[in-house]
Structures are given as C-alpha cells and as structure tokens.
Write a protein that binds this ligand. Structure first.
Ligand code: HEC
Ligand code: HEC
Length: 152
C-alpha cells in the first residue's frame, strides 16, 4: 500500500518531465520502425496486469503509471529501454536484465518497508546514480577539489 503511494508520488513528479519527453520518444520509435506503441491510453487506470501482458511485480499499479516507472528506471541506470527489452516485444522476458530488475524492485521495496517504515528513502537512483554498475569501492585516489577562483 505504502509502496504504491510512493510509486504514485514518483509518477506525479515524473509527469512534468514526461510531457516534454513524450514527443521525442515517439519520434525515436518511429525512426526505429516499431509499429507497436508500448503504452496504454493516458486515462487507462485498470490494474497494470489487466492492461499489459506480463506484469509480475507491478500488480495493482494503475496501468497509465507504468510509463513513468519505466522512464525512471531507464534514467536511474543510464540505459536505453533495450537494456531490458526487445523493442516491440515489451512483454517478453528474453533479456536477463529484465528479470534482474524485478528482483531489484523487490529489494528496494523490502528496504523501504523493513528499514524506513515505508518512507521512500531508497530508490534505484540511490545506488545506481545513472550507472548500470553501482560503484563498489572508494576511488583509488581521492578526488582533488579545485581551489575556489579568487574574484579579481
Ligand atoms: C532496468 C530494466 C528495465 C528498463 C530499463 C525498462 N524496463 Fe520496461 N519493464 C521492465 C520490467 C521488469 C517489466 C515487468 C514489470 C512487472 O513484472 O511488473 C517491464 C514492463 C514493461 C512493459 C509492459 C509489457 C507487458 O505487456 O507486460 C512495457 C510496455 C515496458 N516495460 C516498456 C518499457 C520502455 C518503453 C522502456 C524505456 C523507456 C522500459 N520499459 C525500460 C524492466 C525495464
Ligand atoms: C542497495 C543498492 C541498489 C538498489 C537500491 C538498486 N540496485 Fe540495481 N544493482 C545494485 C548492485 C550492487 C548491482 C550489481 C552491479 C554489478 O553487477 O556490478 C545492481 C545491478 C542491477 C542490474 C543488473 C545490471 C547488469 O549489468 O546486468 C539491474 C538491471 C538493476 N540493478 C536494476 C535496478 C533497478 C531497476 C532498481 C530499482 C528498482 C535497482 N537496481 C535498485 C544495487 C542496487
């Protein structure tokens, strides 16, 4: 329940960004020859599992919110949709990363529930920071701070 609320929050905050990104995304798909637009109609609030074909972790999420989640995942990991999907076969599980992303979603939901009282403190971005592979170790040499420029 709480998780769903935080997804809603996420969806709402991503909405503005999406408005700007939608025409670009469509143009890109058209370019790559995909005949099947991936998303349901904007007003479609059926549970995602009814509107889409292969929903395992986002059961109960209003179908029109999935777009915001997918865009957030893409940007949090700094990848393209095709890191997890074959274009035009969005329901397919043939790419391993898609299955892994489901596990990562469960991990993030468990952290939220068990360690942060349901508050959205940990997201994909918390660890990934726009990278596929979150850094595991400190950098070998500490990053040197630039001296602050002195006003003339
Ligand atoms: C990090 C992996 C990942 C990325 C990146 C990603 N997705 Fe997904 N996508 C998933 C997973 C996992 C599911 C299934 C969710 C579930 O089981 O509830 C899914 C489900 C979907 C579905 C529903 C398909 C169906 O009918 O079941 C669509 C459509 C979709 N993604 C489109 C996209 C688009 C478009 C992008 C890029 C903007 C994208 N995804 C980026 C992992 C990803
Ligand atoms: C607690 C930190 C943490 C959080 C939160 C987290 N991840 Fe990860 N993720 C990792 C680590 C660590 C790896 C393994 C990196 C490696 O293989 O170098 C990883 C790997 C992955 C991979 C596999 C990358 C590959 O190259 O195959 C995917 C996909 C992924 N995460 C998606 C997600 C998504 C989607 C979310 C949010 C729902 C998420 N992660 C949240 C730490 C995290």
């Amino acid at each position: 329940m709480r998780l769903r609320m935080s997804i809603r929050f996420l969806a709402v905050s991503a909405f503005g960004v999406l408005l700007a990104a939608v025409p670009m995304g469509y143009a890109q798909q058209a370019q790559q020859g995909d005949q099947r637009p991936p998303w349901v109609e904007d007003g479609d609030t059926r549970p995602a599992e009814e509107a889409y074909k292969n929903i395992k972790v986002f059961t109960g999420l209003p179908a029109n919110r999935l777009k915001a989640v997918m865009n957030t995942w893409k940007n949090s990991l700094g990848v393209e949709c095709t890191f997890c999907h074959t274009r035009g076969e969005w329901e397919s599980d043939s790419i391993e990363e898609k299955g892994f992303a489901r596990e990562m979603h469960k991990l993030t939901a468990d952290l939220t529930k068990n360690y942060f009282g349901g508050k959205e403190e940990v997201t994909c971005y918390t660890c990934h920071r726009g990278e596929k592979h979150p850094a595991k170790r400190l950098p070998a040499a500490p990053v040197q701070r630039q001296a602050r420029p002195v006003a003339p």
